[in-house]
Ligand binder design. Structure first.
Ligand code: SF4
Length: 82
């Protein structure tokens, strides 16, 4: 059984209308989320490779742990050359 490498990348996105600004996500995924002075999340905007399993796992914790379901992992697929 071989190990399948994940290709592509992801970014964590927030719906600012749903977010309550308590900043729980910054505790769950500190490498992806900082908070502003009011506690609202500032998300890392650069895509993260899916192969970075630790960071992807943190994003999933944050997505699942958000009490307002305001977070979403947006996958970006790699374009295959023709
Ligand atoms: S955990 Fe969810 S509701 Fe709380 S600050 Fe983060 S995105 Fe907003």
């Amino acid at each position: 059984m071989g190990v399948r490498r994940r290709s592509g990348a992801f970014i964590l996105q927030v719906n600012p209308i749903l977010c309550d600004g308590f900043g729980h996500c910054a505790e769950l995924a500190p490498e992806l989320v900082k908070t502003d002075e009011w506690g609202y999340p500032i998300l890392k905007s650069d895509p993260v490779p899916l192969a970075d399993a630790g960071t992807y796992e943190s994003a999933r914790y944050a997505e699942r742990g958000c009490p307002r379901q305001a977070l979403h992992i947006h996958r970006i697929s790699e374009k295959k050359p023709h």
